[in-house]
Design a protein around this ligand. Sequence first.
Ligand code: NI
Length: 135
Amino acid sequence: MIYITRKEQFSASHLLANAELTAEENLELFGKCNNLHGHNYYLEVTVCGTPDTKSGYVMDLKYLKDIITEEIIGKVDHRFLNEIEMFRNVIPTTENMAMVFWKILSDRVQTGNAQLYSVKIYETEKNFVLYKGGL
Ligand code: NI
């Protein structure tokens, strides 16, 4: 099995709040993250598979880049995440973002010889999340 990764960057704002909690409870639970703020995120999408006999590629990384740009970056870059359709009723933590992105990407990158392996999101240099599907 070979693993190939495309890395992208996007900037977005969010705030963390649970709609079922009061303002005081949200402040208690999320602290500073309850305030509107932004991040420069890095997204790493890894696809695994076997190299195609004709091209030698697991997947053309240009093709993977185009899918990520169309499905994710174009929708989240310079946006307020809480207002985006894909995060309707979802608290936009990095964990939930990784799961939402996985769901969007997994069907798109599935080919005869390759499939989505992981979605990794860096919210800061020191905080990052890895999701490999399932629960
Ligand atoms: Ni944040």
